[in-house]
Design a protein around this ligand. Structure first.
Ligand SMILES: Nc1ncnc2c1ncn2[C@@H]1O[C@H](COP(=O)(O)OP(=O)(O)OP(=O)(O)O)[C@@H](O)[C@H]1O
Ligand SMILES: O=P(O)(O)OC[C@@]1(O)O[C@H](CO)[C@@H](O)[C@@H]1O
Length: 308
């Protein structure tokens, strides 16, 4: 069974304006609200691929109800811990040329609520895949992902991680099976500048060799991604197209990787599907469908870097 954990979900309030005037009154051309947060997005894309998953994490208040209602409508199972405070709202302001994000403050998670989530994880076991994704609510300590990855591994479940900053630095000590930092997050992790592909390969290889992470997929937006792991070392060029809405492209890549990996246990196929899914999301108004992903699959160019 696949589970996603979103400790800090959000309603994504997407607003399209003609041009954004700082300090002025901006009126939207169109806007819409979606159940968001990285783990929830992974569940949504997996659902598009016909792959069931259960969404876990914390939700609260009227915003939390919006999220559970949306998931019910999408037929995505969930088992959240309920909070007193409201789930945050993240605003994504789009113009023709750029995207500005204002992500809301997280609600407070108490110790009892955190323990209630851990109790749910204790039921997971051998063969389960668990995706831990997104930022941490401010009230949780920075090592919670590390603690969760260790717990999951003790139970024989496979942990997938997509986060950044100190939570990532902590959690890689527990050797998650798959991580998907983007190149900025990789640079921040090692406190190094990442300019060339060989910088990425070297740092991703350290994560693979020294931290025992089986699969490291470093995404680079329109430049695609570099994969280093059990399946070798290769660069994946992203399909070309017009970026319409790139929020969730990274989550779609995570979902694409897990979906194909689960089916084939072939890292190259999984990474290729990941890039097609990420690009399909970037090219559409919301998260990708399977048909949109499949159309792009042949356009992902894979170049072997292991001999260089
Ligand atoms: N402009 C784009 N054109 C083509 N593909 C894109 C574009 N932006 C993103 N992608 C695809 O999505 C994948 C993930 O994108 P990115 O590296 O931006 O992830 P991310 O930083 O985690 O994104 P986010 O936080 O917005 O979800 C890329 O590897 C690529 O395949
Ligand atoms: O603040 P975080 O947890 O880092 O990211 C949250 C978020 O930006 O990530 C998703 C896109 O990846 C959105 O649905 C959501 O609003």
């Amino acid at each position: 069974m696949i589970y996603t954990i979103t400790l800090n979900p959000a309603i994504d309030y997407v607003v399209k304006v003609n041009s954004f005037e700082k300090g002025g009154i901006n009126r939207s051309q169109y806007d819409y609200k979606e159940a968001g947060g990285k783990g929830i997005n992974v569940s949504r894309v997996l659902q598009q691929f016909g792959q069931a998953s259960t969404a876990l994490g914390f939700v609260g208040g009227f915003t939390g109800k919006f999220i559970t209602d949306s998931l019910t409508e999408m037929k995505i199972p969930y088992d959240f811990v309920q909070l007193q405070q409201d789930t945050r709202i993240n605003m994504k302001i789009k113009t023709e040329t750029d995207e500005t994000e204002v992500n809301g403050l997280s609600p407070t998670i108490g110790e009892a609520e955190y323990q209630a989530l851990l109790a749910k994880l204790k039921h997971l076991n051998e063969g389960d895949i668990v995706v831990l994704a997104g930022s941490l609510p401010h009230s949780l300590y920075k090592a919670v992902y590390r603690e969760m990855v260790s717990l999951l591994h003790e139970q024989g479940a496979l942990a997938v991680l997509d986060t950044s900053g100190t939570p990532l630095k902590e959690a890689i000590q527990a050797s998650p099976a798959f991580i998907k930092p983007n190149h900025h997050e990789l640079a921040e992790l090692f406190e190094e500048e990442v300019r060339e592909d060989h910088d990425i390969v070297r740092l991703a290889n350290r994560l693979h060799q020294e931290n025992g992470i089986n699969h490291v997929l470093v995404s680079m937006a329109n430049a695609g991604a570099i994969y280093v792991g059990d399946g070798g070392i290769f660069k994946l060029h992203a399909p070309k197209g017009k970026a319409v809405h790139s929020v969730g492209a990274g989550d779609s890549a995570v979902a694409g990787f897990i979906y194909k990996w689960n089916d084939t246990k072939d890292a190259r196929k999984a990474a290729t599907y990941a890039i097609a899914a990420g690009s399909a999301t970037a090219f559409s108004k919301t998260l990708c469908t399977q048909a949109e992903t499949d159309v792009l699959l042949e356009q992902v160019e894979v170049i072997d870097l292991s001999q260089r």
